[in-house]
Design a protein around this ligand. Sequence first.
Ligand code: HEM
Length: 534
Amino acid sequence: VTIHDQQLHRGEGGELHQFAEDGHDTLTTAQGAPLADDQNTLRVGARGPALIDDFHFREKIFHFDHERIPERVVHARGYGAHGFFETYEPLSDITRADIFQRAGEKTPVFVRFSTVAGNKGSFDLARDVRGFAVKLYTKEGNWDLVGNNIPVFFIQDPIKFPDVVHAAKQEPDRAFPQAQTAHDTFWDFISLTPESMHMVMWIMSDRTIPRSFRFMEGFGVHTFRFVNADDKSTFVKFHWKPKLGLQSVAWNEAVKINGADPDYHRRDLWQSIQSGNFPEWELCVQLFDQDFADNFDFDILDPTKIIPEEILPVRPIGRLVLDRMPDNFFAETEQVAFMTQNVPPGIDFSNDPLLQGRNFSYLDTQLKRLGGPNFTHLPINAPKCPFHNFQQDGHMAMRNPVGRVNYQPNSFGEGPRESPTRGFRHFPSDEQGPKVRLRPESFADHYSQARQFYISQTPPEQRHIAMALTFELSKVETLVIRERMISHLLNIDETLATTVAQKLGLQSMPAPADAAMPTRQDLEPSPALSIVER
Ligand code: HEM
């Protein structure tokens, strides 16, 4: 039964509504009243004023007037598909997650790919990070792996998220650029945020102009935990590897494609799935223990760092296949609500501060975006396993407790009960320390992995990074921001810094940046802050 059948055509008993004279279903109001004329409003005479008893017109225009909901505050432009996840082998020694207990088990999934900065109506081939959000409807609750196609992030602390997003999106006075990082406020923030340098290398690479969603990797970014039945924890990083491999377009191709077909990535996914050419990814994990974490060169809680696959190889544990497009874009792709906090028993969080901030943010934003606390009742968000609780009422409640009792414990023997053995138990990590606002020293190296990434690229890929930086910074009108960026590049690769500086026509090279966070004094407007003559 499709959503179309459920919502538009089927009556209570599953019978079709009565038919119109030509054999189609009869057009009705939302109340089910059959309609005779949907072409003309009710008027006094053919040329007279409209009448307030035209309930048909009022209902139709009222509903149209309320069609829009807020777009996502980030990742507004996206495209989704249904499919399944197939588990390769039982992982019961490392996790009690039900999805990983049986080889060959198939779990339904919904995936939404997105750009980050652009508005809902922006173009597909913007130079941008791509979201790779996966909802797995497991038998013990939904697991949302809300990832990106880049394995690191701009910031280390969630308190900076509003700032990085404000800086990346359109500037508030002029409301442009709508989907470009190439502007002053973005590079101003970046140049004042040394921790973003590793991410900057990735976003200036070909990774941010993918050929199609089908040729992208996905990353959970943060360190998570697998927890087994004995409450033993193993750290885990999640990676999606596309069966088709990685492909990108060149920047000049991206610019042309955006003009000719702003829906390029949507069309590609639609056409490949509709023609039976189902895209596939492997879910791979990097597994490690506390001992590895203690001896690794970087802090495994720092979301601006990766664990190189040369040091810790990935292990494939299952495959994801996308084989069905949604029946309705709005009902499914727009209303789907992914949340990092949606984890089933056996999967848990690490103390990555960014992950902990995300766990607060998604529920909060969806309460607003989807109009109240009952968005989990929407078919795309509801679990596909049985679920029972005493939550009730609120706007649009469609699943209220049945019977007299809506609390527990109760003496009436009614309603669901906790299950100490099967239920979710948070990993009992031992935490202590003073209450502080302090960045750990172990998060301080902002350049080494940026350099490693740049060096790992082939010469043509390195050229593309230099060209991307040159293009982006050439759109920055405030000279001091360009210079500040060059001073960071000097800490990453001297040849790269010099190449970009020369192409930008910089008069002299600045000193390498001090890796520390900017002080108040650094941020005072200085006489050096000049605007490029147009
Ligand atoms: C979407 C917050 C970092 C991946 C969103 C949304 C918010 C948000 C508010 C909109 C959700 C909605 O309206 O349904 C944050 C915060 C972050 C953060 C506060 C850091 C502090 C990240 C990171 C990743 C990521 C590191 C990748 C690992 C995504 C994706 C979506 C999204 C894929 C779109 C989900 C969809 O397709 O509906 N984020 N985010 N975010 N975020 Fe984040």
